[in-house]
Design a protein around this ligand. Sequence first.
Ligand SMILES: NC(=O)c1ccc[n+]([C@@H]2O[C@H](COP(=O)([O-])OP(=O)(O)OC[C@H]3O[C@@H](n4cnc5c(N)ncnc54)[C@H](O)[C@@H]3O)[C@@H](O)[C@H]2O)c1
Length: 453
Amino acid sequence: MASPADTSKTNKLERYNSYLRRLSSAKLLSASSKLLFRATLLATIFLILLLILHYPLPLSIHSPSSFSSPHRSLLTSFPPSFSPSLSRQIRLSATPRRSSGLSVLVTGAAGFIGTHCSLSLKKRGDGVVGLDNFNSYYDPSLKRARQALLARHSILILEADLNDSLLLSHLFSSYPFSHVLHLAAQAGVRYAAKNPHSYISSNVAALVSLFESAAKSADPQPAIVWASSSSVYGLNKKSPFSESDPTDNPASLYAATKKAGEAIAHTYNHIYGLSLTALRFFTVYGPMGRPDMAYFFFTKSILAGKPITIFRTADGKDVARDFTYIDDVVKGCLGALDTAEKSTGSPGGGPKSGPAQLRTYNLGNTSPVPVTKLVSILEGLLGVKAKKNVVTMPTNGDVPFTHANVSLAAGDFGYHPTTDLAAGLRKFVRWYVHYYGIKLKPSSGQAVAAQRL
Ligand SMILES: NC(=O)c1ccc[n+]([C@@H]2O[C@H](COP(=O)([O-])OP(=O)(O)OC[C@H]3O[C@@H](n4cnc5c(N)ncnc54)[C@H](O)[C@@H]3O)[C@@H](O)[C@H]2O)c1
């Protein structure tokens, strides 16, 4: 018979055993939940790594700005870099072929003035890399044709928006450009009624993006020559316009953004020692020109037998422009590049070693011509009488006349425009009829000139 003491011992033993079982199952549970936690952590880290490797960098770093670009970046996502083949193309295009040649980043290279300047630089042995976003402000096929022409001269154009600051910084840190010729902008005066933000994006935000990258990512900092405009003189009455005249009365949003650009340039020169030269162009025209400009769309309408609208001032005067031929402007741009001094800032936006050059020049033709005269020259060259519709100029941004004093540019880099409007328009019409495959009447001034060639 078992004694009562034995029963209590067995009970105690059983309670002790069950306590041990509970303890070990609790330990097992905690160990397995630790294991589960670690596995989840590892899986999360793995997933994050997978996302970083397969998708572009976070939007805040990668996308240009609030004015986001429709372009895919030319950078690989992680780490940000150009593909080996693109790096090679950039190096080839940017390296000068003459000793002490410049290596120039030309923004707006698929544009009118950008294409002509890029060709001239390349032809004299400088290295050129273009950058353009190929926007559709006017027929992009003309920009593609200019790109093809530059490609035949071994000039690469990177298709990118200047607001893509990551791309710009990488471009500057991967190639030591000695100069930047900054021509990219939203041009034209009347388009502001339709798309005002494009002026802020391309003429203000993009300018800051360029100056930031040039000041902080380039080593050495390049000297920058950039396009301002005669429109900054706004409604001034004093003629001819001199660089020292006030520019406080812009008549259009375009003019206001160019004026803002000049103020921004002052700041980057002052703080970061960037060498900066603003060129105020006066109505530039010529072959491969801009379809939104009067001489271009007048030609198109006159040939199509459509009426053209000619503006007169409110007091009945002819509107006049200081039309400047493209070859003269190109010489001015190259002169400004050649005389630009080095920037004085240190890499990374560090302190400057001393004051840097800050210049502003008019590049005009010095002889304003009434728009009515432009039309009669075109009539002669095309052999077609224009159907004219003369109206009072609306107050939507245009100014009644422009007239450049260019003595500053003449003194500093020998700028002397040599092409008058009749000679320049002849060259433009020759290009126009060839490009658009138009046959002029044998009696037209242009056809007669072509026979003499
Ligand atoms: N042609 C003139 O009569 C005239 C007169 C005064 C000033 N300007 C100035 O001269 C410069 C060149 O003018 P143009 O007549 O060759 O004009 P354009 O429109 O033919 O060239 C400008 C080029 O810049 C590009 N672009 C615009 N915004 C960009 C951006 N955010 N990023 C990258 N590319 C961009 C466009 O695609 C275009 O190809 C402009 O700054 C313009 O304001 C021109």
